[in-house]
Design a protein around this ligand. Sequence first.
Ligand SMILES: NC(=O)c1ccc[n+]([C@@H]2O[C@H](COP(=O)([O-])OP(=O)(O)OC[C@H]3O[C@@H](n4cnc5c(N)ncnc54)[C@H](OP(=O)(O)O)[C@@H]3O)[C@@H](O)[C@H]2O)c1
Length: 329
Amino acid sequence: MKAIQATQFGDPSVLAVVDLPDPTPGPGQIAIDVTHATVGLIDVLFRRGLFKDVPGMAQPPFVPGLEVAGKVRALGAGVTGLTIGEKVVSMSAGAGTGGYASIYIAPASAVISIERDNIDPILAVAFIPNAAMAHVALTQVAHLSAGETVLVHGALGGFAAAFPGIAKQLGASRVVGTVRASKMEAARKTRLPYDRIVDSADLSSALGDERFDVVIDPVGGVLRSNSFTVMKPGSRLIVAGNASGDWDHQIKSNDLWLGSTTVSGFNAGAYLPTHPQAVRLALEAAVKAAASGLGDMEIDVLPFKEAVKAHERMESRDLAGRIILTPEQ
Ligand SMILES: NC(=O)c1ccc[n+]([C@@H]2O[C@H](COP(=O)([O-])OP(=O)(O)OC[C@H]3O[C@@H](n4cnc5c(N)ncnc54)[C@H](OP(=O)(O)O)[C@@H]3O)[C@@H](O)[C@H]2O)c1
């Protein structure tokens, strides 16, 4: 099979197209002929070696990529409910690698059909895995109730973009996004179901008296600190990433007492393997949301041979949507 390997830790130039042996599925696994694979900020962090000392993390040479769309190539022993050639999408599972390849092996529990709803595989891979994670975060961690309001930071980012559709599907009364000033033009054009998107630089003046029940924060840093100024008593801040790179960020615990607010972390890589019962329901909700047009976003598709460019663009911070890689030329 064709694959993109991170030949060592480093800048995007460490990514190279290689030929590897075709893998076969073991019991409970599915082999997928990949048509599309997502590029996420987490792939960039893995490639740089940010987590290289964390036990179980992939070491070079490894194939990055967490999520794929494609067609079922082969079913491992014990797998039922899918047929060869059926169009599917797989959310991230296991070691969080292997997606930038023309064949991907996924546990059956992470795979769902997109055939019945006839969902475009590009939209499917860009939205459904993140939307399933958003569903788990909003239902199991934020405990979102119908009628509540949600604020999403870095609103056009890959993971963030899944939240407005799922929040609306769960009955949120209003979903507001925040972006940097340079992305306000893209924010005005977005088809994502935000009620409003504001400049993240000055939340208080942009939002006036508006206060939120749930804040989704994949960004961190100053924006995370500023979130407390726009949270209601009883509200929940979900720490869902650290795109800002501020690894030393701290929260004053007494501010949680005074504001009567809650902070929870959500990391799918840690949560989903220990809460498998949440995954199927979330995947089904994500497919429904995709079929209803709740994940309609900007997506650029690049061939595998442009993986270096794809990572350079992820690092540029100019993206206002997602990048997807395809093994097809
Ligand atoms: N909890 C989970 O299970 C989970 C799942 C997927 C991803 N994540 C995490 O969520 C974060 C976002 O991932 P993603 O794939 O959505 O990334 P992305 O598409 O690059 O989006 C990140 C967003 O964060 C904002 N940002 C602020 N400072 C930034 C910086 N220094 N560099 C890059 N972006 C910056 C950007 O919005 P503005 O330009 O508008 O500020 C950007 O749109 C990452 O930390 C990732 O590890 C977590």
